[in-house]
Design a protein around this ligand. Structure first.
Ligand code: ATP
Ligand code: XMP
Ligand code: GLN
Ligand code: MG
Length: 504
């Protein structure tokens, strides 16, 4: 059984899919113009989106929509699209509704079971449904008298507000009502089942094969490796690449933690020299990323050959998949995330991605089920190209040393003050700028370091973390007092968008 979430480009599409899973139903995101296998699809949710249905090339209902026979929930753009397609009227409103709004229930309907007659919802729209198609009735209106919910009582339930957003007080109940009371589904998605089925599946597909795994020591690959190890044991060889751009001491910590805490062996490949050499004189961020991506491939190729491996395990997760589907279509390429996804043809290795359908928080829960310590599961994400994309411009050994030390101090300060677990990701960036200072009555002329800390759920949008001034002060003073080469520390207060989390 699955719930299909059809993406019209809303910022909240992933959130819909996650909330549905948290309610216990397996969900999958598809693009509106994607071909879809309808087997097993028991409910369809149409997301919101930035377009207006009355514009000429506005996205339409999916090609397969007529073939699908079940119930449909339309949210925001999804509502407007259904109304428009069935002969209703959608118009730009005189004023947009944005943010918290009160709605008033007008008719009883299972979708509002247990919801008060007046309730707070989250709106984010400029257009609205002015006239409903024939056979539809209004279920709720907003204080501005806009149709907030409607249904034909048979196939369609339409919401102008966003039930997936936390600010909609009864949003979860409303989604749950749709799935349980209207679609008659029973929750059956749970991660314990996922783990045992996945291990069984890996055991079958990888029986008797030699397999290597790209292990970074990060959350995703750690969970992927442990899961695969449970399935095939000693046939798995974990490969950890030390490209020289890891955090301070990590090249020793990761192997130690893996051996001591998880009883797993890995081969550490010291590839520092070749990575640094390849990057010499290169300062363009995209070229840096491509070179690093390619070197990763070369290292894995060699290991696979030595080990006689036919398969490569990697820690790809669902948001990577969704994001790359998006960037494949309409979205401009922002940056080439080092992704080992380009490996298959070039390596003749079959790719195994056991966590491909899971969100990061689900990956962490799977890790807990597998008994992986919190210390590993609740680490901040760390990008594959590592510090090389946090030294703006050319990467040199001198700069790496400076950044490693500063980063260590910042992270330690966050841990000491209890802020490490409160932020989603934190790190330092070394800027290619020098600034004048005064040290012991002498003129100094040293690099500028930026501290970055963000709150996020999947890394696709982010806000800068409101770390208390005292904590920032402590980190800055420690860095300025002890890291030679840094003369000034600044805190990055940009959100994503329009900035990105990393600087390159
Ligand atoms: N230094 C490395 N050595 C080996 N494999 C790596 C290395 N860095 C990245 N990878 C591979 O690239 C994949 C993608 O990296 P990514 O950073 O997205 O995930 P992660 O490191 O497993 O988890 P996290 O997002 O928590 O950092 C990893 O799952 C891993 O398979
Ligand atoms: O494995 C990775 N390979 C990469 O090339 C890469 N680039 C960015 N990141 C991480 O992705 C998240 C979003 O980062 P951006 O806002 O900078 O795109 C943040 O968590 C970044 O740290 C990467 N991870
Ligand atoms: N969030 C949305 O789905 C917005 C839908 C439509 N673009 C509007 O402005 O009304
Ligand atoms: Mg990582």
């Amino acid at each position: 059984m699955k719930v299909l979430v059809v993406d019209y480009g809303s910022q909240y599409t992933q959130l819909i899919a996650r909330v549905v899973r948290e309610l216990g139903y397996y969900s999958q995101v598809v693009q509106y113009d994607e071909q879809v296998d309808l087997e097993d699809v028991q409910a369809v949710i149409l997301s919101g989106g930035p377009a207006s249905v009355y514009e000429e090339d506005a996205p339409k209902l999916p090609d397969w929509f007529e073939k699908y026979e079940g119930k449909v929930l339309g949210i925001c753009y999804g509502m407007q699209l259904v109304a428009h397609s069935l002969g209703g009227k959608v118009e730009p409103g005189e004023k947009a509704e944005y943010g918290r709004t009160t709605i008033r229930l007008i008719e009883d309907d299972p979708i509002f079971f247990g919801v008060e007659k007046e309730t707070t919802v989250w709106m984010s729209h400029g257009d609205h449904v002015k006239v409903l198609p024939k056979g539809f009735k209004v279920l709720a209106k907003s204080t501005d008298e806009i149709i907030a919910a409607a249904t034909d009582g048979k196939r369609y339930w339409l919401l102008q507000f966003h039930p997936e957003v936390r600010h909609t007080l009864r949003g979860r109940e409303i989604l749950h009502n749709f799935l349980s009371k209207i679609c008659n589904l029973k929750p059956n998605w749970n991660l314990e089942d996922f783990v045992s089925k996945k291990i069984e599946e890996l055991r079958e597909t990888l029986a008797g094969k030699k397999v290597i795994a790209a292990l970074s020591g990060g959350v995703d690959s750690s969970v992927a490796c442990v899961l695969t190890h449970k399935a095939i044991g000693e046939n798995l060889l974990n490969v950890f690449v030390d490209h020289g751009f890891l955090r301070k001491g990590e090249e020793n910590e990761v192997p130690k933690v893996f051996k001591e805490m998880l009883g797993l062996n890995l081969v550490k490949i010291n590839a520092r020299k070749r990575f640094l050499e390849k990057l010499r004189g290169v300062s363009d961020p995209e070229r840096k990323r491509k070179i690093i991506g390619e070197e990763f491939i070369r290292v894995f190729e060699k290991q696979a050959q030595q080990h006689g491996a036919t398969h490569l395990v990697q820690g790809t997760i669902y948001s990577d998949v969704i994001e790359s589907a998006k960037s494949g279509k309409k979205t401009a390429a922002i940056k080439s995330h080092h992704n080992v996804g380009g490996l298959p043809e070039r390596m003749n290795l079959q790719i195994v991605e056991p966590l491909r359908n899971l969100f990061k928080d689900e990956v962490r829960l799977v890790g807990e089920i597998l008994g992986i310590p919190r210390q590993i599961l609740y680490r901040h994400p760390f990008p594959g190209p590592g510090l090389a994309v946090r030294i703006l411009g050319e990467v040199t050994e001198e700069k790496l040393e400076i950044l490693k030390e500063a980063d260590r101090i910042f992270i330690e300060t966050l841990k000491e003050t209890g802020w490490y677990e409160k932020v989603w990701q934190a790190f330092c960036v070394l800027l290619p700028v020098r600034s004048v200072g005064v040290r012991g009555d002498k003129r100094a002329y040293d690099y500028v370091l930026a501290l970055r800390a963000v709150d996020s759920t999947e890394g696709m949008t982010a806000d800068w973390s409101k770390i208390p001034h005292e904590v920032l002060d402590l980190a800055a003073r420690r860095i300025l007092n002890s890291v030679k080469g840094i003369g000034r520390v600044v805190y990055d207060i940009s959100s994503k968008p329009p900035a990105t989390i990393e600087w390159e």
